[in-house]
Design a protein. Structure first.
Ligand SMILES: Nc1nc2c([nH]c(=O)n2[C@H]2C[C@H](O)[C@@H](COP(=O)(O)OP(=O)(O)OP(=O)(O)O)O2)c(=O)[nH]1
Length: 147
């Protein structure tokens, strides 16, 4: 028996999302994805990304997801840190860590999970998009950092 405390993660599902910008150094545009599924999120806008698999780091998972979903290779930047070490709460079971990212190869296409992806000007008007509810505080923090 070990005396070490067991480390419990508060959220059993770890999601990662990419705040993909045209330039990590001087961002002026953000790539947003409109989900096609599941029904509860269809039509809502989000940060492209997905669930971290058991044997992956958050960074590796995000690079993999963005390649699978959009067909692009990215370089990751800093984290849009949330209130938890697992990032931002999505629901009682899931939290999402969000990292800035810049495309280094490929043209983003809606290959998986998205009805469309779109570049939008990075200003306060992006708050008007119909984001997944849980993403709103993340978008506000993104604007605080980037503007
Ligand atoms: N990618 C992403 N997921 C989000 C965001 N906001 C939010 O609540 N979610 C939720 C939706 C999903 O329940 C979950 C992410 O799951 P996903 O379906 O994108 O993950 P995945 O690609 O690994 O898919 P799966 O095959 O395991 O279902 O997080 C967001 O901005 N981006």
């Amino acid at each position: 028996m070990s005396d070490y405390p067991t480390v419990h993660s508060k959220y059993s599902v770890q999601v990662v999302g990419g705040a993909i910008v045209d330039s990590l150094e001087k961002p002026t545009k953000l790539l947003v994805g409109q989900r096609s599924a599941p029904e509860e999120f269809a039509g809502r806008w989000e940060f492209p990304g997905g669930k971290v698999e058991e044997v992956e780091s958050a960074h590796d998972a995000l690079v993999r997801e963005l390649h699978e979903e959009l067909g692009v290779a990215v370089r990751l930047g800093s984290e849009i840190a949330g209130p938890h070490d697992q990032g931002w709460e999505l629901n009682e079971k899931a939290a999402m860590r969000v990292f800035f990212a810049e495309i280094v190869d490929g043209e983003p296409e809606a290959l998986q999970d998205h009805a469309q992806v779109r570049w939008v000007k990075l200003d306060r008007d992006i708050l008007e998009l119909d984001w997944i509810d849980a993403d709103e505080p993340i978008v506000r923090e993104l604007l605080n950092i980037a503007l």
